[in-house]
Design a protein around this ligand. Structure first.
Ligand code: BGC
Length: 470
């Protein structure tokens, strides 16, 4: 792997133009342009063959995924969701032009998911028209000269699987294995990268412990532990079947990871939460081909010392559950933790998370330490913001921190930004703008934001220009 850091007078012409388009939206952007064309600019080169892409998930973009547990959850009369997903951004119909647009922007990779609820609408009945659909999506990705990275499960379950207990049912891993077999057989040699399960830690916490934002919304330590173990087994089985059918395909999980910090009182709780949410799944990656890391923010665990000791791993479970519910609500716009952060003057993003672009590098470094020697892909990193200039800064700061990790020897081989498009942000619906490309849902018109040109330009050049450290 070769990476470079080169100081020079002027950034490459293409980066200048991209910075220029990025600059047109705000005074902050204009400042960036001056930095790019003035002397003392450092060029950060990424490893040869680096995967540069964007990520989406079926349910969030395709539309009308009405056979899934999420659809049912969103449409309940007492649903905690802001609004239902409806027709989303019609990516199911518009994938050809969407993919062509991503390729034109300069990306070389596209991460997307296949929807189990569409493919196996009832137990054991596989819908060949849906398998054909995803085969065509993969072909479109390849035709656009992008590398497809396929996620087999991105949060949604077929309703019939959910009714059997979802990730609590001991039968689900075998069902997931059978589904994986069908998908991998259908997609054939055209797919070289698979993420089995998206953020298993978040699925277990959100759906089976905090009971707040994820279906099925059950709570309790026993459920949480059961879901963790079922998700781990499902991943192992899916990996096994992919390796059996396509030994050359690279298999990993997309881990939800935070940058963590704690005061002295909070350390035992932080260690416990980190183990349950991240480490138990990272352990499975010891046998994977790559590690997917998805990081958005930093998680701070600050507790009075005595409380921290009392809430330590085995004790005071109710207090811990309260803390976890807060942790889950932290992923909502409001809630005690977001309010707490706002009160303490922390800069927040549109959905109430701490603005912390470099958290991703801390997570990647920890993943590298826990799963030594495995290639790492940042499978998600992004920001909800209505101010695209903020996204431009977020990406620049995140990539600079990631480049430093690579320079220190972390085997990072790719970065797929969340997200390609503004889309359905689960419980928060369409209010959140995570996209590099905006979508007017009334007309379904796509609008390229400056951040898309900026990141696409970096992808095409495989390097970025940043102001030299003084
Ligand atoms: C998920 C995405 C989600 C994003 C922003 C990740 O946890 O994989 O589906 O939209 O975070 O919340």
């Amino acid at each position: 792997m070769s990476i470079g850091i080169r100081g020079n007078g002027v950034g490459p012409e293409r980066e200048g133009r991209d910075a220029q388009s990025a600059s047109q939206c705000s005074p902050r952007g204009r400042t960036r342009l001056r930095a790019a064309i003035l002397p003392n600019v450092t060029e950060l080169a990424f490893p040869e063959g680096f995967l540069w892409g964007t990520a989406t998930a079926g349910h969030q973009v395709e539309g009308d995924n009405d056979n899934s547990d999420w659809w049912e959850f969103e449409n309940r009369p007492d649903s905690p969701c802001h609004e239902p997903s409806g027709s989303a951004i019609e990516h199911y119909k518009r994938y050809t032009s969407d993919i062509a647009l991503l390729a034109k922007l300069g990306f070389n990779t596209y991460r997307f998911s296949v929807e189990w609820p569409r493919i196996e609408p009832s137990e054991g009945e596989f819908d060949v028209t849906q398998l054909d659909h995803y085969r065509r999506v993969v072909e479109a990705v390849r035709k656009a000269k992008l590398t497809p990275m396929v996620t087999l499960n991105h949060f949604t379950l077929p309703l019939w699987v959910a009714k059997q207990g979802g990730w609590l049912a001991p039968t689900t891993p075998a069902l997931f294995e059978r589904f994986t077999r069908k998908v991998v057989e259908a997609l054939g040699d055209n797919v070289g990268w698979y993420c089995t399960i998206n953020e298993p830690g978040m699925v277990a916490l959100g759906g089976y412990m905090s009971g707040f934002i994820f279906p099925p919304g059950v709570t309790g330590l026993a459920n949480w532990k059961q879901a963790i173990s079922t998700l781990r087994e499902a991943h192992r089985r899916a990996r096994g079947v992919i390796k059996e059918l396509r030994p050359a395909a690279r298999v990993g999980q997309a881990h939800a990871m935070h940058e963590w910090e704690a005061n002295a009182g909070g350390v035992p709780v932080m260690n416990y939460l980190r183990r349950m949410n991240e480490d138990l799944f990272l352990e499975e990656s010891l046998e994977d081909d790559f590690v997917g890391v998805q990081t958005y923010t930093r998680m701070s665990v600050e507790l009075p010392r005595l409380a921290g000791l009392a809430i330590g791993p085995a004790l005071a479970v109710p207090a811990l559950e309260t803390r976890l519910a807060q942790h889950a609500r932290h992923r909502q716009k409001s809630g005690p933790m977001a309010e707490e952060l706002a009160r303490s003057g922390v800069r927040l993003t549109q959905n109430g998370w701490e603005y912390r672009p470099r958290a991703v590098a801390a997570a990647v470094r920890r993943a590298a330490a826990m799963v030594p020697g495995k290639p790492i892909v940042v499978t998600e990193h992004g920001i909800a913001t209505a101010d695209d200039a903020e996204r431009v800064s977020f990406i620049g700061e995140g990539l600079t921190a990631l480049h430093a990790a690579i320079a220190d020897g972390v085997p990072l081989v790719g970065y797929t930004h969340w997200s390609a498009f503004d889309n359905f942000e689960w419980g928060q619906g369409y209010q959140m703008q995570f996209g590099l490309i905006g979508v007017d849902r009334a007309t379904q018109e796509r609008t390229i934001k400056p951040s898309a040109r900026m990141l696409g330009g970096i992808a095409r050049a495989n390097k970025m220009a940043v102001p030299s450290p003084q």
